[in-house]
Design a protein around this ligand. Sequence first.
Ligand SMILES: [Zn+2]
Length: 210
Amino acid sequence: MFSNLAPKLLGLGFPSIKVRGKDNHIYLTFDDGPDPIFTPQIIRICRDFSIKATFFVLGERIEANGTEIIKELIQDGHTVGSHSYQHRSMLFWGTLKAYNNLKKTDDLIHNATNNKVIWFRPPYGHISLGLLTACRTIEYKIALWSFTPEDWKHRSAKELIQQTKIKIRSGDIVLLHDHGINAHNTVEALPEIIEFLTKKGYTLSNLEEA
Ligand SMILES: [Zn+2]
């Protein structure tokens, strides 16, 4: 496999890294799913408000929870990006190790949805040269974030709403989670957050439109 990759690995340039989007848009992103409880709840909320979002999924969670949830995400017009196979920092990973991990997850998403994966978000936002090269080889764009209400820090729904109201800015890519011990608070906060943002005149988009 390496011999096929070698010419691409020797090429120049890096993948684009997106931190913010267009003015007057907000990009809600949900990491670490698909989760059998919380992802379907978020899908329903997005439907109720007719908004699009982006979900960065883990390969091992697709294997554990089946492909129905990510199929539903695609049917509803959301973007499904890769968050790698497992939730490990790739900070010290070489190109081939990173490439194999991304490809494994890419195959899982592609086989389930027939959709080409465009976006990748590295676990913890950790990026290495090897990972950049792997992303370029597999033709991924990298999405980080410009705002998070830090929903992984055991914050209540009320705190998540407050943080968002105070700190969010036009064009923000917002990091949230649809899996984990605090995901129920994220789900609880979401309707009020979406209502606040739409009343402010923001369009809530998925990253395809970034
Ligand atoms: Zn994550």
